[in-house]
Design a protein around this ligand. Structure first.
Ligand code: LLP
Length: 417
């Protein structure tokens, strides 16, 4: 449903009725382009699948935090999963409802906790006993009660890339499930704490949903023990992490997954929260980059493009594979096998390896499935300004972020006196 929406027409690549060559001509490359309808459909698929079951879809802001995208979510009625003060302020700037915001992350500072309490956040997901005490003190200082859940580490293997697996004992995230009961009991006695839920997030890019249900089995056992101790929760938050198709992966459809979730939790009678990021924006986004040079030696053909690891880090950091297609429909032309590399001074600077393409200098390529963890992980490495972002919508396009200028890039820096 919400998978990629591009198509070739008149020898050009289109997205949501917009010729991507026009976008590149108008805004230059490199740049990111997102399809509004793909984002809306993906969010709605989650939301509708819950039917009448009490629920909240909290978009994981870290996947793509452009405020136009957050505003789109707010208009849909979405909640938000945030992990920093910066993300919180973005949500507020995008007119997100603070009462639908949940705050995850292992290292929340006092100033972040206080701001979250000040704006009336829905829930703070506590990731350690130390953090519980920090939240308790912050709320007591402010004379309020902090709504909290414990992020429990259920020790299940999400079977995903080790850098994005979070639910194992060896990971820094959450509270050991064997410790959770004791900490819940302590929390329930604190005047400035209101225990409202339980939370877990076991990893990202899961292509099989069985680890979620292993985690739920463990959470249900914990919740039964909590009930025995007079602690009745209001919600269960099962985190994000549902995978998308980059190549030939076959992750469960969002709607099917949600229906299984609702069934597995039916007897609990709680509000169900999910925190999807990638599966809402991932396949709605494309990274456009121009071929500058073609360069060959006995071993390799390189296509040197104007986009680089600082703009799109996933291939370099996780050896992630993302489809790369030309904006011209070159399917009839003779192909060669290229490594698609950027101008950054690192051997690890590549967007794709061994890709069969028919290209020449000046051609524009689209890196697919770039809507999640693309722009949001970009940096100024090699003093490369942040790129522009454009939203296409039913034949029209809107710039949602200007390309950073060179002077803006170092405006906050100062010469020594
Ligand atoms: N909730 C929490 C607490 C999280 O830590 C994350 C992602 C999510 C929700 C959303 O997960 P999603 O639905 O997007 O999988 N940079 C990596 C992914 C890191 C994910 C970090 N946490 C990548 O590019 O693959």
């Amino acid at each position: 449903m919400s998978e990629a929406k591009h198509y070739y027409q008149d020898n050009a690549l289109f997205l949501d009725g917009v010729n991507l060559n026009d976008v590149a001509n108008q805004h230059d490359t490199p740049c990111y382009v997102y399809s509004r309808s793909a984002i809306e459909e993906a969010w709605t698929e989650y939301d509708h699948a819950f039917g009448s079951a009490p629920h909240l879809v909290c978009y994981a802001v870290k996947a793509n935090s452009n405020i136009a995208i957050l505003n789109l979510m707010a208009k849909l009625g979405s909640g938000f999963d945030i992990v920093s003060l910066g993300e919180l302020e973005r949500v507020l700037a995008a007119k997100g409802d603070p009462a639908k915001v949940i705050f995850s992350g292992v290292g929340k500072k006092e100033v972040e906790i206080k701001r979250a309490l000040e704006i009336g956040i829905k829930c703070i997901n506590i990731e350690s006993e130390q953090e519980l005490y920090r939240v308790k003190d912050a709320a007591a200082d402010m004379g309020v009660k902090a709504p909290i859940s414990l992020r429990v580490n259920p020790n299940v293997d999400a079977k995903t890339h080790p850098y994005i697996s979070t639910g194992l004992k060896e990971n820094k995230f959450g509270i050991d499930i064997d410790e959770a009961l004791r900490i819940y009991i302590d929390a329930s006695k604190m005047d400035s704490i209101e225990v409202t839920g339980v939370d877990c997030h076991i990893g990202s890019q899961l292509t099989d949903d069985s680890p979620y249900f292993d985690a739920i089995d463990k959470l249900i056992i914990l919740m039964d023990k909590l009930k025995d101790n007079g602690i009745n929760l209001h919600h269960i938050d099962i985190g994000g992490g549902l995978g998308i198709c980059y190549d030939d992966e076959t992750p469960p459809a969002k709607g099917e997954y949600v229906k299984r979730l609702v069934a597995a939790l039916a007897e609990q009678g709680l509000e169900i929260i999910v925190e999807p990021g990638r599966s809402i924006v991932g396949n709605a986004g494309y990274f456009l980059t121009t071929v500058e040079f073609l360069k060959s030696n006995e071993e390799k053909n390189f296509a040197i493009v104007d986009g680089a690891m600082n703009d799109l880090l996933r291939p370099s950091l996780y050896s992630a594979w993302q489809r790369i297609i030309p904006l011209k429909d070159n399917s009839q032309a003779e192909t060669k096998v290229y490594d698609i590399v950027g101008p950054v001074c690192e051997t690890g600077d590549f967007l794709g390896k061994e890709r069969e393409l028919a290209i020449e200098p000046g051609d524009i390529l689209a890196v697919c499935s770039a809507g999640a963890y693309g722009f949001s992980m970009s940096s100024n490495y090699n003093s490369r300004p942040k790129v522009a972002e454009i939203m296409v919508d039913n034949g029209t396009s809107h710039q949602i972020r200007q390309r950073e200028s060179i002077t803006e890039m170092f405006a906050a820096e100062e010469l020594l006196p």
